[in-house]
Structures are given as structure tokens and as C-alpha cells.
Design a protein around this ligand. Structure first.
Ligand SMILES: Nc1nc2c(ncn2[C@@H]2O[C@H](COP(=O)(O)OP(=O)(O)OP(=O)(O)O)[C@@H](O)[C@H]2O)c(=O)[nH]1
Ligand SMILES: [Mg+2]
Length: 252
């Protein structure tokens, strides 16, 4: 690795994602999830008509943003493209990964399909490796109920170490509790303790070797363990994005 830190400017970072903050203290919320889990339905239920649609800068992927006020705060919510993972094998995955990783949303809401929650947990666990500021929204609870699927929300929340909110977005059920959880996390009224994946010993040993060096370069600009894992995996797209968003040439 050629470690030549050019500069680590974060200036204009929000501009790179076309975020339209009206006040500096507005909170930015990302909405992620597998395709067809009801993200846009949740987005519509939260924002009503206060929406704006464009494209992600330089991409042909739709970028929908909306706003809502809850209690005394204003929230800007960004509806990310549906993805099964953040391993950046498609433009949608790159957009979602870059926004969660470099756009630094205050909270990322991961929308899960209550009828096939195991499959959806894959993406959630990947998001938790990037940020702990996550609320899980278990949507389609009505469908789960009609299929006689029962989900122990409390146990799931305890296991994941984050708030978990059951919703039926199409009928506007659970939206206020979702807003409360987002608010509480943004305003530090609650703290998460996100589940950490333990990798096999040889991988953990490799990580121990490279994380101190990465930490000295990036400090808290990016989750170091996750970055190290992606580098071990040879994720060139992430190296490109580090150049683009953190102005740093990893020179690999
Ligand atoms: N029964 C039920 N249907 C829902 C619920 N939420 C969303 N839907 C329906 O599920 C379908 C997909 O919803 P979308 O909001 O478009 O899902 P999405 O995650 O944005 O989909 P992509 O953007 O394509 O990934 C639509 O037909 C919604 O009406 C819910 O809570 N219950
Ligand atoms: Mg959608």
C-alpha cells in the first residue's frame, strides 16, 4: 500500500450527495433495505408530499429525498435504492454503500421484510459493520401475521443491540414509533450497542495487523474494521470511493 495522504477534506461532502439541508442542525436519515420491502412506502408515510426526486450525482439511479418534522426537529430522509448487500457489485449497491459510509447520515433505517427476515438480516449486518446508528424497521407485519409468522421484536432488538420497530407502512401503522426511535437516536436519548460479527481467527489476526495503520490515517472518518475487511476482500470500488469522498489515495 502506498500511503500518501493528500488531504482529507470533508468540505462539500453533503453537496456530493445533493442533500438539501435548510438548517445545519437538520438531521439526515438514510432509508436502506432489500428490494420490495416497502422502503418507498415507509418514505411516503414519513414525508407525505414533502418530497423531491432527482438523480444521484453522476449516476442514472433515482435519488428521492423528503422532509418531516418530529417534535422540535427537522429530518431529511433519503430513500436509497433497494439492495441485497453493500458489496458494491452493482451501481445501486455503490450508491447505497457510499451514502451510508461517506454521506454520514445521522441514522440509517434498514427496512426488513417481516415475512423473510433471515434473508434481510444479511444487509442489516453489513450496515451495522459501517455504522451503529441504525434502526431496524420490520415492515409488512400484516403479511407476516396472515402467514402466521411471529417475530419476537424485543429479543431481536436485544440480539442486534439496536431499536427494532414493527410496522405496516401501507396502513401507516408504527410510523410514530419509528419517528420516536429515529429522534431518540439522533438526539442521543438512546445509544446502540450493535452486534459485532466475529470472523475466523486467521481473518481476525489479519485485521489486527492492518487496523492500527488504517486508524492512524482515517481516524473516525470511516469504520476501520469494516474498511480493513473490504481491503482484505480486494474491494476496488471502495478504494475508488475513498479517493473520491475522502480525497485519499490508498495507492493499492
Ligand atoms: N401488505 C403490505 N404491503 C406493503 C407494506 N408496505 C409496502 N407494501 C407494498 O409492498 C410493495 C412494495 O413497496 P415499495 O414501497 O415500493 O417497496 P420498495 O422497498 O421501495 O421497493 P424497491 O424500491 O423496488 O426496492 C407495494 O405494493 C406496497 O404497497 C405493508 O406494510 N404491508
Ligand atoms: Mg422504492
Amino acid at each position: 500500500m502506498g500511503l500518501t495522504h493528500t488531504s482529507s477534506t470533508k468540505q462539500g461532502l453533503k453537496d456530493l450527495f445533493n442533500i438539501e439541508k435548510t438548517k445545519e442542525e437538520d438531521y439526515v436519515i438514510a432509508l436502506a433495505g432489500n428490494p420490495n420491502t416497502g422502503k418507498s412506502t415507509v418514505f411516503n408515510a414519513l414525508t407525505g408530499l414533502h418530497q423531491h426526486t432527482g438523480n444521484w450525482p453522476g449516476k442514472t439511479v433515482v435519488n428521492s429525498q423528503g422532509k418531516y418534522v418530529h417534535k422540535d426537529k427537522e429530518f431529511i430522509i433519503v430513500d436509497l435504492p433497494g439492495t441485497y448487500s453493500l458489496l458494491a457489485s452493482s451501481v445501486e449497491e455503490i450508491v447505497a454503500r457510499d451514502f451510508i459510509c461517506f454521506g454520514k447520515p445521522d441514522v440509517t433505517v434498514v427496512v426488513l421484510d417481516a415475512t423473510c427476515i433471515e434473508r434481510n438480516l444479511n444487509l442489516l449486518l453489513q450496515v451495522l459493520e459501517i455504522t451503529g446508528n441504525v434502526v431496524a424497521c420490520v415492515n409488512l407485519m400484516d403479511e407476516a401475521k396472515s402467514k402466521k409468522i411471529r417475530i419476537n421484536i424485543e429479543a431481536l432488538s436485544k440480539e442486534l443491540g439496536i431499536p427494532v420497530v414493527p410496522t405496516t407502512a401501507r396502513s401507516n401503522i408504527g410510523m410514530n414509533i419509528l419517528k420516536d426511535s429515529i429522534y431518540d437516536l439522533c438526539t442521543n436519548k438512546i445509544h446502540t450497542c450493535p452486534l459485532q460479527i466475529q470472523y475466523p481467527t486467521d481473518i481476525e489476526e489479519e485485521l489486527k495487523q492492518i487496523t492500527p495503520m488504517l486508524h492512524s490515517i482515517f481516524m473516525d472518518e470511516i469504520n476501520i474494521k469494516w474498511l480493513a475487511l473490504r481491503l482484505l476482500d480486494g474491494d476496488e470500488s471502495l478504494i475508488n470511493s475513498i479517493g473520491k469522498f475522502l480525497d485519499y489515495d490508498l495507492g493499492i
